[in-house]
Design a protein around this ligand. Structure first.
Ligand code: GLN
Length: 492
């Protein structure tokens, strides 16, 4: 059966062709069938999902539906707090952590009547680009289970690409929504910093983290973002501005008169797979043919973005993760001789290798004597990167480039070299440092049949322009992207 978007499911519900229970059962069936091979979920919430579906069906029968998406299922990344439901961040240290409250985004999904199918797998504490850093085992790419799905929101990307959920929430600190979306052939949006409440998102790097939608098409992305966005009094960094009509922006989306910036730094001679380059440049030609104006722009400080990010993000992480000491949350080592020993043993057992590495790097960058040379310097570079974007956006409405330098890579091929893994985000990271918004959408396939993603970026709070342009690309590329993973037809 063809996999449907959330909008298609909403229409089936509206036309009484299906009940929420039937839709939820259909997705749970696919989860049961595919999870042994894909492992997109840390927790599947079968019982509560069916109960929520029945409640939704009852509301609809009584003429009291909460939104157009009442009864549509959704999956949620496991670093987003769900009241009474284990929220692990794919870490041993939070293996049994049950939050006493919902993230604001979870409350907003519930207020619209959505049904939570489960919590999705991720790199531990969202640190990684392959979902291989999960303490509970890696997720696999539905297009080729020998390849990674990307990360850190790999589980959400897999669930959507394989039809285990019509749409999902992820989080993006340096690329964690866009990169897995690209590697799994779906749409992923990193909203402007401040667009979506971070209340209840387990903090990795608070000045960079944003929650965003991962979906099968741009229209669903606009709708899911619309549902969760907007100011929240529980998050002082959420912006006090009205959320624009994103669905209308998608309807109206066109290339006519749009100025698309092509930064030379996003098309380097080395380090960009030729098939990815060709697919992205082909899409650019389609935009030109459709009436877009192509402008050469430059983001001269991009070469420093990865280094800058790994100082800022690790510094913030070392501070944010200090709270996991065995006292208040989850795991505690029982063999300790005294309290300091308990802290250190708990953290040594509870955190995986990559998380420990990041805590050490961040603590080093913040320590007396090194602070000015590393952390402070990184903050200055961050300002320069932000200014690059401001200058570029004086010349264009959206910036175009690849999302990931390569299509999905083989499991295990980068795990022994952290730097290789860090370079997966070379085209996504600077956007987070600048606080701007971006989207990855499918633009074709490699010769080995793996999806390729193209990235669009826009200035802070220009989500309408971003999603309008994304919709135009999606329409222009429809013939090149209409495929489904073989695993779904049972032939793989
Ligand atoms: N891959 C990057 C990292 O490992 C980005 C992760 C993210 O966006 N959460 O930090």
């Amino acid at each position: 059966m063809a996999i449907r978007t959330a909008h298609e499911l909403a229409r089936l519900l509206a036309e009484k062709q299906a009940s929420s229970r039937e839709l939820v059962e259909e997705h749970l069936g696919r989860i049961r069938r595919l999870e042994p091979r894909l492992h997109a979920f840390v927790s599947v919430l079968e019982e509560s999902a069916l109960a929520q579906a029945d409640a939704s069906d009852a509301r609809r029968r009584a003429g009291r539906k909460l939104s157009a998406f009442d009864g549509v299922p959704v999956a949620v990344k496991d670093n987003i707090c769900t009241r009474g439901v284990r929220t692990t961040c794919s870490s041993r240290i939070l293996e049994n952590f049950i939050p006493p409250y919902n993230a604001t985004v979870v409350d907003r999904l519930a207020a619209a009547g959505l049904v939570t199918l489960g919590k999705t797998n991720m790199d531990e504490f969202a640190m990684g680009s392959s979902t291989e850093n999960s303490a509970f085992g890696e997720s696999r790419n539905p297009w080729d289970p020998e390849c990674v799905p990307g990360g850190s929101s790999g589980g959400s990307a897999v669930a959507v690409a394989a039809g285990e959920a019509p749409w999902a929430l992820g989080s993006d600190t340096g690329g964690s929504i866009r990169q897995p979306a690209a590697l799994c052939g779906i749409v992923g949006v990193k909203p402007t910093y401040g667009m979506v409440s971070r209340y209840g998102l387990v903090a990795f790097a608070s000045s960079l983290d944003q929650i965003g939608p991962m979906t099968r098409d741009v229209r669903d992305a606009a709708s899911l973002l619309q549902l969760v966005a907007g100011q929240d009094r529980m998050d002082s960094t959420s912006a006090p501005r009205a959320v624009p009509d994103l669905e209308a922006a998608v309807e109206k989306g066109s290339f006519k008169g749009v100025r698309i910036g092509k930064p030379r730094e996003y098309f380097p001679e080395e380090g960009l797979d030729p098939e990815v380059r060709d697919a992205v440049l082909r899409a650019l030609e389609l935009a030109r043919a459709g009436g877009a104006e192509i402008v050469d722009v430059s983001l001269p400080h991009s070469p420093y973005a990865v280094a800058c990010y790994y100082l800022v993000a690790t510094a913030e992480a070392s501070s944010n993760l200090a709270r996991y000491d065995g006292v208040q949350y989850g795991y505690r080592n029982q063999d300790a001789r005294n309290v300091v020993d308990m802290f250190s043993r708990t953290r040594a057992d509870g955190f995986g290798r990559e998380v420990r590495r990041r805590i050490m790097m961040g603590t080093y960058a913040l320590s007396a004597g090194y602070f000015d040379a590393y952390y402070l310097k990184a903050l200055k570079v961050r300002t320069l990167i932000k200014r690059d974007f401001e200058a570029a956006f004086d010349q264009c409405d959206v910036i175009l480039g690849p999302t990931s330098p390569t299509p999905a890579f083989r499991m295990g091929s980068k795990t022994s070299d952290p730097l290789q893994m860090y370079l997966c985000d070379i085209f996504t990271i600077s956007l987070n440092l600048a606080g701007a918004c971006g989207v990855s959408l499918p633009c074709g396939f490699s010769s080995s049949g793996l999806p390729i993603g193209l990235q669009l970026q826009a200035k802070p709070f220009a989500e309408e322009a971003l999603l309008g342009a994304a919709a135009a690309f999606e329409r222009a590329l429809a013939a090149d992207t209409a495929r489904e993973p073989a695993i779904l037809s049972g032939s793989a």
